[in-house]
Structures are given as C-alpha cells and as structure tokens.
Write a protein that binds this ligand. Structure first.
Ligand SMILES: NC(=O)c1ccc[n+]([C@@H]2O[C@H](COP(=O)([O-])OP(=O)(O)OC[C@H]3O[C@@H](n4cnc5c(N)ncnc54)[C@H](O)[C@@H]3O)[C@@H](O)[C@H]2O)c1
Ligand SMILES: O=P(O)(O)OC[C@H](O)CO
Length: 330
C-alpha cells in the first residue's frame, strides 16, 4: 500500500474515513485541530470526543502539525466543517510541494456562508494547480459507516481521470463509491439536505406527524432541485444517492446532528444549551439556511422551506407558525 493518505480534520466523518482506509491497510495520517484528540487516537486508538465507541486501527496516526501530513501525501481527504475550510486551506497552502501531484477529496457538506461558494470552489481558489480536487457525498452517517453498515456514496470531480483511483481507494465490502461528473451537484445536495433535516427535527420535537414530514421532505427535494438548476447541476444528481438518498437518511436518522438540532430547538432548548449538548460537533444546516436564504433572495429563487427555517433559526420565528405557514404554501 504505497499510496500516502492524509486526512485533515478529525471530527466524526474525517476519523471514520481515515479508519476505513487504515483498516484497508493504508498507513493513514490524520490532522486534528484538538491536541487531546491526537492523544486519544495515538495512545488509546479511539476518538473519544467525535467518534466514541469505535476502536481505531493501529494504522492510523494523528498529528497537530501540517508539516507531518501534507508534503508527502498523495491523497488528502479534507474533512473540516465548511466554516473552517477557507482558514485551514490557507494554513496548509505552504506545505504543498511543487514537484508532485496531489488529489484532494472534500467531504464537507456546506457552502461558504457569506460568499455562497462551494467547498471545491474555495479550495481551488486557494490551493495550487497541482492539487486536483474531487468531492465525496452521500447518505453517510459516520457512526454507521464506522460500524460497517452497507453504504453507498458518490465521488465526483471535474478531473474525470482521477475518479477510478479514488473509487478504488475508498471501496470496501461495506462502502461503495460511485463515480459521477456532477461535482457541483453533489456539493449542493450535501449542503441543502441539512436544512430539511433541521425542519424534520422541528416536526419531531413538536410531535407532528408523518404526513407533515413527508410533505416537508418533498419540499426539501424540490428546493434542492431549484438551487441546483441555478448552479447548472444535473437533475439526475438530485434523484440519486447524494440527493434523495442523503435526504432520506439524514431526515430519518436519530444519529443526524442536523435533525436533532431541530428537535432540541422544538423541545425548547436554547442555542447555547444545544451547543453544549453537541460537544464540539457541528450542525451545518444552521449556516446553510442563512446562506441559501440570502442567495435565493438575491437571485429570485423561491425557497419557502429554507425561508421558514431561516426565520426560525435566525429571526426567532415561532416554530408552529413556521410549519403552518410553510404547509399553506405547498
Ligand atoms: N459526521 C458525519 O456523519 C458526516 C458525514 C458526512 C459528511 N459530514 C460532513 O463532514 C464535515 C466535517 O464534519 P464532522 O462530522 O467530521 O465534524 P464533527 O462535527 O464531528 O466535529 C467538528 C470538527 O470541527 C473541528 N474544528 C472545531 N473548531 C475548528 C477550527 N477552529 N478549525 C478547524 N477545525 C475545527 C473539530 O476538530 C472537528 O474535527 C462537515 O461538513 C459534515 O457535514 C459529516
Ligand atoms: O449528522 P449530520 O446531520 O451532519 O449528517 C451527517 C451526514 O451528512 C449524513 O449523510
């Protein structure tokens, strides 16, 4: 296993992908923002904060210094939440060698909230041309993948030639990547489904019914499609595994941080309480709702679900009112 693989970001998903590859036999290096996570992985083979309960492979080595993980890597998995992507990309920039080619796979599910840029766009803006970028997205709740539950995913890139190698690297007997070319499409799907998941969590917290949730998931899919159309994405991407597949998984799962964020909110918890309960994990949909709402306003895209969730999260609109306003708009 000569390919050198590094993962930037040791949250639930970065650690899961790193461990999947380490279990395949690659010696995987993972960079963590938190020093305690590095110690937890190296000394005890567990990521106690972000992936508790999963024993990590002896082939996984954690670091806090980019110099240990970037220069010699062939494949880099970029797994920090979208809010931190620009900052971390700027930090890793000096560590790339000019003399070799890198493949970088972005797995974050969010947009840059003030510029509306996709993560691949932010990364291409900052990183050198010898870094070829791809995106990976799908119905991939980290602790299910970590427990080897059969799961599909999609890898997409404008550099078609790198896809076969990436598919082969990630493929296991429980994780099946499909290559497609609609990189922007899968990134939009990943960001937008989180808003719907928060809405479904609100329905759960308010103890509303399955009819309500079915209506909202349908609206979420419609909105995904509308935004995607604006970005020139392929319609079939939204009806594929990274679109409706991830929408169903995230909205129906007790494990989803976005769905439980909405549920906790509807149970009357404050933003501060929820933040403490999430102990460092992120709910990307909170920022996606703001970003996509403003983007839609500026571009005259009608997104009633996103608008209502934005109002609940950022303008303190009562949740019952938001759901009933929404369903009269369907
Ligand atoms: N967890 C999942 O099931 C899952 C699955 C697919 C995709 N994703 C996506 O992967 C991305 C990474 O999320 P995650 O779930 O691995 O993380 P997480 O929510 O489990 O953990 C938060 C992460 O943010 C990092 N962090 C905190 N402050 C930071 C800072 N100032 N600078 C840099 N990093 C900082 C932490 O070190 C940690 O890695 C997100 O976009 C998420 O939507 C997550
Ligand atoms: O826990 P969530 O809500 O961030 O969702 C995780 C993954 O994106 C599900 O595919």
């Amino acid at each position: 296993m000569d390919t050198q693989i590094s993962v930037i970001g040791a949250g639930g998903w970065g650690t899961t992908l790193a461990n999947l590859l380490a279990k395949k036999g690659y010696a995987v290096k993972i960079w963590s923002y938190e020093k305690e996570t590095v110690e937890s992985i190296n000394l005890n083979h567990i990521n106690i904060q972000f992936l508790p309960g999963i024993y990590l492979s002896d082939n996984l080595f954690a670091f806090t210094d980019f110099n240990d993980v970037i220069p010699n890597a062939d494949i880099i998995i970029f797994a920090v939440p979208s809010t931190f992507v620009r900052n971390i990309a700027n930090q890793i920039l000096p560590f790339f060698s000019q003399k070799k080619e890198y493949k970088l796979v972005t797995v974050a599910k969010g947009l840059e909230y003030d510029t509306f840029k996709l993560m691949s766009e932010v990364l291409r803006e900052i990183l050198p041309k010898n870094v070829k970028i791809a995106a990976l997205s799908g119905p991939n709740l980290s602790s299910e993948v970590a427990r080897e539950f059969p799961t599909g995913t999609v890898i997409a890139s404008i550099h078609e030639e790198i896809l076969p190698e990436l598919v082969a690297i990630f493929q296991t007997n429980y994780f099946k990547p499909y290559a497609i070319f609609d990189e922007r499409g899968i990134e939009i799907c990943g960001a937008v489904k989180n808003i719907t998941a928060i809405a479904i969590g609100v329905c759960d917290g308010l103890k509303l019914g399955d009819n309500t949730k079915g209506s909202i998931i349908t609206l979420g899919l419609t909105e995904m499609n509308r935004i995607g159309k604006h970005f020139g994405c392929a319609r079939k991407t939204f009806f594929g595994i990274a679109g409706i597949g991830d929408l169903i998984a995230t909205c129906s799962s007790k494990l989803s941080r976005n769905r439980s964020y909405g549920e906790k909110l509807a149970q009357g918890k404050t933003f501060a309480q929820i933040k403490i309960e999430m102990h460092g994990m992120v709910s990307e949909g909170v920022w996606a709702a703001k970003s996509i709402h403003h983007f839609a306003q500026q571009n005259n895209i009608d997104l009633p679900l996103t608008t209502q969730i934005y109002k609940v999260l950022h303008e303190n609109k009562p949740m019952n009112e938001a759901i009933s306003d929404l369903l009269t708009l369907i």
